[in-house]
Ligand binder design. Structure first.
Ligand SMILES: *Cc1c(COP(=O)(O)O)cnc(C)c1O
Length: 228
């Protein structure tokens, strides 16, 4: 049986190789270990093995697991309903999935009232899939312009989930488009907006995503195995 340590080492090697192919150093890429459906014991083991950034896609599961794990940085990577913003805004280092003005406004309201700030990424549905969350690419700049007035938010980049395909090469244009969009937003030099992160790439496509500029990759299956 392949151990967690071996999986992690292999994923890290593949990340490093892809980073070098894109002319970057491996340290410039942050691996977010996606722990949905993974037991707290196994998550704990992963943290001990050096995975400090953890991603959950559901608020309930994140909040339930968090008390068992020490020394980790949490990311919310899945869809966030506005009425759950209150429960999670101050429990995570980064919310990858902001996709509406209403949600952004709610997060801003919570953070401002508490004298804090929430770090967010704007989720983009680059391929226009019906089943996916995220803004259409054309809506990104208008939304981010609106967010510049929100003192409780720090806009730190963009995120996408690419379509699931056999050959990751097929979704290279999706990643390329998000990278271009990031540069477009960057060039506007909007106050309170810093396009630091490009969150893209999962088990099936993370190497292509890194080659196209990803610096946050969200990987579950390649680390923990297939979800039951
Ligand atoms: C589950 C999930 C991942 C990780 O997917 P794997 O294919 O298991 O690596 C990444 N991002 C999001 C938003 C997810 O929900």
């Amino acid at each position: 049986m392949v151990t967690l340590a071996e999986n992690i080492a292999l994923v890290q090697e593949r990340i490093a190789a892809a980073a070098r192919r894109s002319g970057r150093r491996p340290e410039e890429i942050t691996l977010v270990a996606v722990t949905k459906t993974v037991s707290p014991e196994r998550v704990e083991e992963a943290v001990r093995l050096g995975l400090k950034d953890l991603g959950e896609n559901r608020v309930q599961e994140l909040l339930a697991k968090q008390p068992y794990i020490t020394g980790a940085t949490w990311h919310l990577i899945g869809h966030l309903q506005r009425n759950k913003a209150r429960q999670v805004w101050d429990k995570v280092a980064l919310i990858h999935s902001v996709d509406s003005l209403e949600l952004a406004r709610e997060l801003d309201r919570r953070a401002t009232a508490a004298g804090g700030r929430v770090n967010i990424l704007v989720e983009v549905n680059v391929a226009g899939e019906e089943s996916k969350f995220g803004l259409e690419p054309e809506a990104v700049v208008p939304l981010i312009r609106e967010l510049t007035g929100f003192t409780g938010l720090r806009v730190l980049g963009l995120m996408t989930v690419a379509p699931l395909v056999e050959d990751a090469e097929e979704v290279r244009p999706v990643f390329r488009r998000l990278a271009a969009l990031r540069r477009e937003v960057e060039a506007l030099h909007l106050p309170g907006v810093e396009m630091r992160y490009l969150s893209m790439g999962m088990t099936n496509d993370f190497e292509v995503a890194i080659e196209e500029g990803a610096n946050l990759v969200r990987i579950g299956t390649a680390i923990f195995g297939t979800r039951g």
